[in-house]
Ligand binder design. Structure first.
Ligand code: PEP
Ligand code: MG
Length: 755
């Protein structure tokens, strides 16, 4: 049963044309369940009906012609009830609708099962039989399981269809819906960057030109063989001859008579070179995996390794082959800082990250750069995006593929409106950050995720409230040396010479990986991340602290910030190491004129546990900074990187807001300086609520700063204080947003603030 299910779903997933996939599906299900009829209907939300898309048993002429309204017949009923309906005599049921065109009068038994993705009914799968009987529990559970598995495959197929529409066919349903990652609208051309290759990320695709694919495959094999020769030569003196024999085995495997031959066959069948390689490597590797003999089982790993190398070279040639368009919409499975660095800033107009969610670091990077981003579209394979004209709407999380000219013109008008709004905010950038009634605010910038690319304006800000030091670590293929770090940190400290610069110690783990230090964990956001990792590796921590302290010589504006603190012992240990580094450096400087300025030390408040230890914390440190991105994820138990639960991730959740309010009051009582450096501070609604709670130090992406200053300058503290109880009484994030919108509307500010 399980293998049948798997095979049916795989067949659907591998067929590039949706109609063919569905035609195959209904026949396979009919055969597997030995029924007389299987059909699939897909929902069309614009037309409010289900369309018969494929059938094996009903009149084939009705396919694509017969639709059933959402509230009509048994199909509509399955959709409405969102559960299977199993009837021995369907035609006697009051909801039965006679549809002569489908010729179903010979069937009596009916089992219909909804196909649901993320709470949305995508379609209905039915089986029917002449004999009047209730389908068995096994049959019903088979269909339910199939429906669940099919859902994501079908979304994938529908998206593929939307993505392959050309401009003449484009209609409003051709939009792809993802998650808003960074606000703004851009029009450009899809440019796909694949990460260092991974077979899981390769989606299967058929192409028209097998000769071209063959020549790409041969080229990749040639480079791989040359690579093996080089490796074998280099290892010759270091490895015993039997170990070196592996390279001969690899050579042979790549030869025409073995894997090579199989791959060629697949390419002749129409698969692109990558797909052919993936299909063959997976097939053979699986065969070895299933063997009893441990030696032979290991050969599965060899085949995967070999395939991986060929794949790397295939991707290399492929990416070189695509010319960088003038306006790049960077599309990647997971957009990384390294990828951003590959695209000249002037050409990069938007980001589409198929994985990730609203507060993934890819989205934060996009906001830092001030370019729109859409996240979480991973049901659509990468290759569909290449060289397509795209409109990226980062406000709504939508993408339009190959849009018609009229649609492009509409979006172009929105882009100009945005530019006008932004100019309006910028025109007040030189003014003081204060409320309409004169209450001062400290507005700082978040920097570091892509420092070279960011456009910070030092003179109009109050410093750097969060410098994420991850970037220089991610961009290298080894840990940066102390000297390299000193050079960089000096520049950062000098960029705001008379103002505070808050430098956070390395916060990798979670969704930020170092290419040379892989951490594979089941639950990375609850795992070895931030301070946990660096305290386990004091050699990394100490080098970084030494570099920061040395860079601070002659500057004196360094504030050290510790990420992911969940326990007071971590604070003590960090302070001990900072003290140690300070002693070492003071020793080194003994006898010189050089003074080592004292750096302030603070803690990120982003793990809920530490919120309850503020009095103890206040005695140990100089300041703290609230990371609302992680605090939200940990308070709500919602992975900030997972698009499936993106709807639950919301910093406006009443629980998060109440926690922030209580903390503000407590910090004031303890006289503990507390700023906000999470994304909430850069959101208009967020900053108003925070200001109402008494926060007055905000650090945000430089692209939001002008808007936030402009907004704060238009509100009175007394008005915000009246708003606060209404906000704190809300029961849902939606209510909170509505309250703030009403407030902004009353002040006639709403239409001047998009997003
Ligand atoms: C946060 O968690 O709110 C934060 C500012 O840090 P990061 O987004 O880098 O985790
Ligand atoms: Mg954080």
């Amino acid at each position: 049963m399980l293998s049948q299910l798997r095979r049916i779903v795989q067949d659907v997933a591998q067929e590039p044309v949706l109609n063919n996939a569905l035609a195959g599906l209904v026949s396979n299900v009919k055969n597997a369940l030995k029924t007389e009829c299987c059909s699939v209907y897909l929902a069309d939300y614009e037309q409010q009906h289900f369309m018969l898309m494929a059938t094996d048993g009903l009149n084939p002429e009705a396919v694509g012609q017969i639709s059933i309204g959402f509230s009509e017949g048994l199909i509509g009923w399955v959709g409405q009830r969102e559960e299977p309906i199993n009837l021995a005599q369907a035609h006697l049921h009051p909801r039965f609708k006679v549809t002569p065109e489908v010729s179903e009068d010979r069937f009596s038994a009916f089992l219909g099962c909804p196909i649901i993705h993320h709470r949305k009914v995508l379609g209905v799968l039915t089986i029917q039989q002449g004999e009047s009987r209730v389908f068995s529990e096994d049959e019903e559970s088979f269909l339910v399981t199939l429906g669940v598995q099919l859902a994501s495959v079908l979304v994938h197929a529908e998206m593929r269809q939307a993505a392959s529409q050309n401009s003449k066919q484009q209609k409003s349903t051709g939009q792809l819906q993802g998650l808003p990652g960074a606000p703004g609208i851009a029009i450009g051309e899809g440019f796909v960057l694949e990460p260092s290759s991974d077979f899981d990320a390769i989606s299967l695709k058929k192409v028209d030109d097998p000769e071209k694919e063959l020549s790409r495959f041969y080229k990749a094999v040639k480079i791989t063989k040359a690579e093996f020769n080089r490796l074998a030569e280099r290892m010759a003196g270091h490895l015993p001859p039997d170990a070196l024999a592996i390279f001969d085995v690899y050579h042979q495997l790549l030869d025409a008579a073995s894997l090579g031959n199989e791959i060629e066959k697949q390419i002749h069948e129409g698969w692109c070179a990558k797909s052919a390689l993936k299909r063959v490597v997976e097939k053979f590797a699986r065969q070895f995996d299933d063997m009893d003999d441990p030696y032979l089982r290991e050969r599965g790993t060899d085949i995967r390794d070999l395939g991986q190398r060929v794949l790397n070279h295939l991707l290399d040639t492929e990416q070189r082959h695509h010319k960088l368009p003038e306006k790049v919409v960077l599309v990647a499975d997971n957009v990384t800082a390294t990828m951003l660095a590959e695209i000249p800033r002037a050409q990069l107009v938007a980001i589409v990250s198929l994985k990730g969610s609203v507060n993934s670091h890819a989205a934060i990077m996009a906001r830092a750069l001030g370019i729109p981003a859409v996240m979480g579209l991973d049901e659509l394979p990468l290759f569909h995006w290449q060289s397509k004209r795209l409109i990226v709407d980062g406000y709504r999380g939508q993408i339009l593929v190959a849009p018609a000219e009229a649609i492009v013109a509409e979006y172009q008008a929105l882009i100009s409106e945005d530019a006008q709004l932004s100019a309006r905010y910028q025109s007040e950038m030189h003014l003081n950050a204060q409320s309409a009634c004169g209450a001062p605010f400290s507005l700082m910038v978040n920097a570091g995720l892509a420092i070279e690319l960011e456009s910070t304006q030092p003179s109009y800000t109050d410093g750097i409230g969060l410098y994420r030091t991850e970037f220089p670590f991610i961009m290298r293929n080894r840990f940066p040396t102390e000297a390299e770090q000193i050079e960089l940190y000096k520049k950062v400290l000098a960029s705001h010479p008379t103002k505070a610069v808050v430098m956070r110690t390395l916060d990798v783990g979670g969704d930020k990986a170092l290419p040379y230090f892989s951490i594979i964990e089941e639950n990375p956001f609850l795992g070895w991340r931030g301070i946990r990792l660096t305290l386990d590796h004091p050699e990394i921590f100490l080098v970084q602290i030494r570099a920061m302290l040395k860079a601070n010589i002659g500057q004196g504006n360094l504030h050290i910030l510790l990420p992911m603190i969940s326990d007071l012992a971590e604070v003590d240990e960090s302070l001990r190491l900072i003290k140690q580094a300070t002693f070492e450096l003071t020793d080194e400087l003994a006898g010189t004129e050089i003074q080592l300025p004292k750096a302030k030390v603070g803690v990120m408040i982003e793990v809920p546990s530490i919120m309850y230890q503020l009095p103890e914390l206040a005695r140990k440190i100089d300041f703290c900074s609230v990371g609302t991105n992680d605090l939200t994820q940990y308070l709500l138990a919602v992975d900030r990187n997972n698009p499936r639960v993106a709807g639950l991730y919301d910093a406006m959740h009443p629980a998060v807001l109440r926690a922030l309010h209580q903390m503000s009051l407590q910090a004031q009582g303890l006289q503990l300086p507390m700023s906000i450096c999470g994304e909430l501070a850069g959101e208009p609604a967020g900053v108003l609520i925070l200001a109402a709670m008494g926060y007055d130090k905000f650090s945000m992406n430089s692209s939001n700063l002008a808007k936030i200053k402009w907004l704060l300058r238009r509100v009175n503290m007394s008005e915000l204080q009246l708003l606060l109880p209404e906000i704190l009484a809300c029961q849902s994030p939606k209510q909170v947003r509505l309250q703030v919108q009403r407030f902004l509307d009353q002040k006639q500010l709403l239409n001047q603030l998009r997003a």
